[in-house]
Design a protein around this ligand. Structure first.
Ligand SMILES: *Cc1c(COP(=O)(O)O)cnc(C)c1O
Length: 417
């Protein structure tokens, strides 16, 4: 492909791009268990209107765009309220969970250096913690200790304690963790971090806009947010079950002093004073604006309704999977995530990756993961209408692939090109 010599008309551009999308995941039909989370046509209209308003704007300098300073402050304020942040808590909007996590790690490293003189910083994470923590350790030069999880896939508190030492600047837990959807014992983990003088980060990229509404709906959950004393920072993705379009997440710190370790300021450049909250320079306004729009459009009522739908759908999915001979669910997921594997004793007859391929041929999209070999689902409200058809297709696929093992054992949560 080369740059066209003569520019295309709008019609030509749109036609070509519409055709390109022909074999993309069909999230609009509720057939994609991850990546896109659909709050319905009315919500689309609202975020599309907000996107058009802010499409061209730039949050690099909020003196030029004061509306974006207000948008960020409002969104952080809303999240602080939901996550029971104390007075004085402070945060930023970021481009996604990965950037939020990068900033949590960088802030922990800086705090360790400034307050404890640590020059060889280390962090301790359960093996269930998101790959972004490893990316952060690599980018920012921390040694990372990866600790096995318990049989129920939650972080093993004793094993985590054993990995903490005088150089530990950060301990991590997830609410819930991505692979099996269980919530780590945040209270006990955060106490370990506090005792070591280290930061504790709760990764609520998945749960940040689910667990608070589950609690309002009467679900009993162990505490995982700022009500837990040792929690110093939390990441929560607006562009997951916050139902915002992509490019929006939050990093929240317990205090402005802790947040200071995240930011970068520089005053030795011919271009002028440079203050930067996170990784980006130029910051698109669109994801910030659409996140503000969806929060205000849905409101507490809307999130409670969508959360009830997502969690009920996850329960129906878990029960439906367990009712099919040959497959089962890994662990006991607590919110909106499900990992499906071959049932114990069926491993020779049921290859879960063959089941996944068969489902994909019928238009259902899951990520593969291991160990254990399983198909991952993030269930959101948009999957609800399709779930009965899914379970019927799953039953057929499990029967159809009985005894078939596929050669391809690869997994791909994220790809390069
Ligand atoms: C999605 C996710 C992340 C990373 O978020 P991105 O927005 O994909 O960068 C981190 N942690 C958990 C638990 C997640 O589910």
């Amino acid at each position: 492909m080369t740059l066209p010599k003569n520019g295309w008309s709008k019609q030509e551009v749109v036609a070509a791009m519409t055709e390109m999308r022909g074999s993309d995941a069909r999230w609009q039909d509720g057939r994609t268990f991850g990546m896109v989370y659909d709050a319905g046509p009315e919500a689309h209209e609202v975020v599309e209107a907000a996107a058009m308003l802010f499409l061209h704007d730039n949050a690099l300098n909020t003196k030029a765009f004061p509306s974006l300073a207000k948008i960020q402050s409002d969104v952080v304020g809303i999240a602080n309220g939901l996550l029971h942040a104390p007075e004085g808590a402070a945060g930023f909007m970021t481009s996604g969970g990965t950037e939020s996590i990068l900033m949590a790690v960088k802030a922990a490293r800086e705090r360790g250096r400034a307050e404890r003189g640590i020059t060889a910083p280390e962090m301790v994470v359960p093996i269930s913690a998101h790959a972004a923590f490893h990316k952060a350790a690599y980018y920012f030069g921390l040694e990372i200790h990866t600790v096995p999880v318990r049989e129920d896939y939650r972080a093993d508190v004793d094993a985590m304690a054993a990995a903490i030492n005088a150089n530990t600047v950060l301990v991590v837990g997830s609410a819930p963790q991505y692979p099996q959807g269980v919530v780590d014992p945040i209270g006990e983990l955060a106490a370990l971090a506090a005792a070591a003088g280290a930061n504790f980060h709760t990764d609520a990229c998945m749960g940040g806009f689910v667990l608070p509404f589950m609690e309002m709906l009467g679900y009993e959950l162990p505490l995982w947010d700022f009500r837990v004393e040792g929690v110093t920072s939390i990441s929560a993705d607006l562009h997951k079950l916050g139902y915002a379009p992509k490019g929006a997440s939050l990093i929240l710190h317990r205090s402005k002093e802790l947040r200071r370790y995240q930011t970068f300021v520089f005053d030795g450049w011919l271009g002028g004073f440079y203050a930067s909250p996170a990784m980006q320079g130029t910051r698109p306004a669109l994801p910030m604006a659409t996140a503000w729009a969806i929060l205000h459009h849905l409101g507490e009522d809307g999130y409670k309704r969508l959360t009830a739908t997502a969690v009920d759908t996850r329960k129906r999915m878990v029960d439906g999977i367990r009712a099919i001979d040959g497959v089962t669910v890994v662990g006991e997921p607590e919110a909106q995530l499900v990992a499906m594997c071959a049932a114990p004793g069926w491993e020779d007859r049921v290859d879960i990756f063959a089941v996944g391929d068969a489902l994909q041929q019928r238009g259902w999209f899951h990520d593969r993961q291991l160990p254990p070999e399983s198909l991952h689902s993030t269930v959101s409200a948009g999957n609800a209408p399709a779930l009965d058809q899914y379970l019927a297709d799953l039953r057929t696929c499990v029967a159809d692939v009985a005894g078939i093992r596929v050669d391809d054992r690869s997994t791909s949560y994220a790809t390069l090109e």
